[in-house]
Write a protein that binds this ligand. Structure first.
Ligand SMILES: NC(=O)c1ccc[n+]([C@@H]2O[C@H](COP(=O)([O-])OP(=O)(O)OC[C@H]3O[C@@H](n4cnc5c(N)ncnc54)[C@H](O)[C@@H]3O)[C@@H](O)[C@H]2O)c1
Length: 428
């Protein structure tokens, strides 16, 4: 796609989404830290597997600040139904069928932490029942379901908060504030990766092999886009946040090159998301090497942010005690690279040799943003008002996650289809 085409797509997209990706970071921090109300949010939790359990534990850990009263839980898998009861005790009602939970009297809100393919119908039923929803990322397995969820949110006016906790994490808030204040100069490139080294499988009871697809839903195309919806969705969200807009196109390749164990989702993906101004977001993820771990890198002519590790690298850092060139020379002599010491040679200060460890972005207690996010959700529920722009931001992260999957599946450059454009929003 040429630059003119990019520009046209950008203008079209900007008109459609208005300012919805211009998320005011400070507001999230304020929301999480401002004084709460005496009223507790009556909460139901649907899906108490790994994430549902974690969210309940975080809610319990909020102590005096806990704005929730968990009044009901639901899981349709017996061991996790029992786990839910153990976690919340006898004060909350437990259900196997989420529709029964939605009938709970005076229920304000639900958390939906079911597998991806089980988000849309539960979320839409909850919104239609007049209940606010916190739905784990990504939104849905298909574009059509994602759009139906958006329509239900606008139709009912009820909150649909998508679980992207980085938006509430102080190190991300501070880092993105630096980006938006121009500390890096204009963003010219972004890179992110999520590398793990394990088979990503959950244990299936030996006497119940028929539960394989239900328990390992992440590994099957019908239920999940694997690395894309489970991991990349978070980092696509961060890239859009940094650029204050969404991409105009995505291309990519995916393969199963290591875990040939019957799984259907790729264990190795590489994509390029392009933005209208020519910025590329280069992404990769795999499950066969963990050396580089997890990172989002935002780069501009004045500096680089590594968000996950809370570090900023100025392009022209404060002077080290010994200049980098001298350090390089000493290193090279020690390694025996030079037979004689060159005087004023042009090639002995490689660009890579920067002995500078960067600067910490945000001080303070480490958090992944989840407690802050839950508290902000509670405040929005009590105010009976969505946080402006937050839903649209989560929507576009989910949509571009699925478009990345489509680009890999079809071997094509993919753009935003017309039917996914938000034209009828009410709370931007
Ligand atoms: N924000 C994050 O960092 C983060 C981290 C992990 C997972 N997640 C998301 O959380 C969601 C759940 O992931 P998980 O790892 O907990 O999966 P999981 O398989 O461990 O848990 C899902 C639970 O939902 C239950 N369930 C399935 N269908 C149901 C239904 N119709 N009614 C009631 N319960 C039902 C299952 O029995 C299971 O207990 C996914 O969308 C995932 O992407 C988000």
């Amino acid at each position: 796609m040429n630059n003119k085409q990019h520009r046209r797509d950008f203008i079209k997209n900007s008109a459609i989404i208005g300012g919805s990706l211009l998320l005011p970071g400070k507001m999230f921090a304020n929301l999480a830290n401002s004084p709460g109300s005496d009223r507790k949010v009556k909460l139901g939790v649907i899906g108490v597997g790994s994430r549902g359990k974690y969210l309940i534990q975080i809610i319990h850990s909020l102590g005096e600040d806990n704005p929730f009263e968990i009044v009901a839980v639901c899981d349709n898998y017996e061991p996790n139904y029992q786990q839910a009861i153990k976690l919340v005790g006898s004060k909350a009602k437990a259900y196997y069928d989420y529709r029964k939970l939605l009938e709970t009297k005076d229920l304000d809100a639900v958390i939906v932490a079911t597998p991806l393919y089980q988000h849309a119908h539960i979320v839409i039923d909850a919104l239609d029942a007049g209940i606010h929803v916190f739905c784990e990322k990504a939104m849905a397995r298909t574009l059509e379901d994602t759009k139906k969820m958006a329509d239900a949110h606008y139709r009912t006016g009820k909150i649909l908060h998508i679980g992207h906790q980085r938006l509430f994490d102080p190190k991300y808030l501070k880092g993105l504030e630096m980006v938006h204040q121009g500390k890096l100069g204009p963003i010219t490139q972004m890179r992110a990766y999520w590398h793990r080294n394990n088979d990503w499988r959950r244990k299936v009871p030996a006497d119940k092999p028929e539960l394989e697809r239900q328990i390992n839903w992440r590994l099957y195309n019908e239920y999940s886009c694997g690395l894309m919806t489970e991991l990349a969705s978070h980092q696509i969200q961060v890239a859009n946040w940094a650029k204050k807009t969404m991409p105009v196109s995505v291309r990519g390749v995916g393969s199963i090159n290591y875990w040939k164990d019957g799984r259907e989702v790729y264990d190795n993906v590489a994509l390029i998301y392009s933005y209208a101004d020519g910025t590329q977001f280069i992404y990769d993820s795999m499950t066969s090497n963990r050396h580089y771990g997890l990172q989002e890198q935002i780069m501009g002519p004045k500096g680089t942010l590594e968000l996950e590790t809370n570090t900023y690298f100025a392009e022209n850092p404060p002077k080290p005690e010994k200049p980098a060139g001298i350090l390089q020379l000493i290193t090279d002599i020690e390694r025996g690279i030079f037979e004689t010491v060159p005087i004023g040679g042009a090639s002995w200060l490689p660009e890579t040799e920067v002995k500078y460890k960067g600067e910490t972005v945000a001080e303070g207690k480490a958090t992944d943003g989840t407690p802050e996010q839950l508290k902000a959700f509670a405040k929005a529920v009590i105010a009976d008002k969505p946080i402006p722009g937050l839903f649209e931001h989560g929507y576009h992260a989910s949509v571009w996650t699925l478009l990345g999957q489509e680009a890999m599946d079809n071997g094509q450059v993919v753009t935003l289809p017309d039917f996914m454009k938000l034209t009828n929003t009410s709370n931007q």
